[in-house]
Design a protein around this ligand. Structure first.
Ligand code: DC
Length: 226
């Protein structure tokens, strides 16, 4: 039997940074499910597919094959055989992923791939619906969140550091919009699973969050190994 850890939460809560560190410390495989929705979005953008046309999306999904490989321990996402990992973090791709992740055809395809990965290895999987839908039997579920202000400040500082011109209020409104879309879609909306532990990281540093999570995971593991 494999062990799965599910980490869900809103955009900018630090899920991927933290999940990656946890995976390394626990010697688990890190699975970034957002990257899969983003890879699908790259296909839609490249083919001029409209995010609001479900029929067009449904038909395009049939032409998309997403696969995952690990190179030097880093997840690589392949879109129809092409490594698109470097293209996933742009604003354009993020917006398309956010708009198209509400469709059943998109979710069904990617959830299948995510579940398959969890049967192969012990995984730390992060996303929006991992604890509620993808891996309901995960032995440890954590809902990682932070206030809109804290998430905006983190993103603002990150962009400033890269010398990107940005506006605090614009970032804040983007985060609020993304939260709304993720939490209010019909299929698998973002919400805390009943058996997930809530961790608000608004006033916590990364290492502090990682340490807290490792403690939670170890105690959960003792429970399941009993
Ligand atoms: O975590 P991220 O920003 O890379 O995710 C990109 C988009 O994909 C996000 O707007 C929500 C969606 N997503 C989802 O619906 N379900 C997941 N398990 C992961 C991401």
């Amino acid at each position: 039997m494999n062990y799965s850890i599910a980490i869900d939460g809103p955009a900018g809560a630090g899920k991927s940074t933290i999940a990656k560190k946890i995976a390394k410390k626990m010697n688990y495989v890190y699975v970034d499910t957002g990257a899969m929705y983003r890879a699908m979005a790259v296909y839609f953008n490249r083919h001029g597919i409209h995010a609001d046309n479900e029929k067009e999306i449904d038909s395009a999904v049939n032409d998309v094959d997403i696969t995952i490989e690990y190179i030097d321990g880093e997840q690589q996402v392949f879109l129809n055989g092409e490594n698109v990992t470097a293209l996933l973090r742009t604003e354009e791709t993020g917006k398309m992923a956010s708009k198209t992740s509400k469709y059943a055809s998109v979710r069904t395809k990617l959830v299948e791939l995510q579940r398959k990965l969890a049967t192969i290895s012990n995984v730390v999987m992060d996303g929006r619906d991992i604890g509620t839908t993808v891996l309901p039997d995960a032995f440890c579920k954590i809902y990682l969140t932070a206030s809109v202000e804290a998430r905006t400040t983190r993103r603002y500082n990150e962009l400033k550091q890269k010398s990107v011109i940005c506006d605090f209020n614009e970032i804040k409104s983007d985060i609020e919009k993304r939260d709304y879309e993720d939490m209010n879609r019909k299929i698998s909306p973002l919400k805390q699973a009943e058996d997930a532990i809530l961790l608000d990281t608004s006033n916590m540093g990364i290492e502090e969050v990682v340490d807290r999570m490792i403690t939670i995971i170890q105690s959960k593991k003792l429970e399941v190994d009993k």
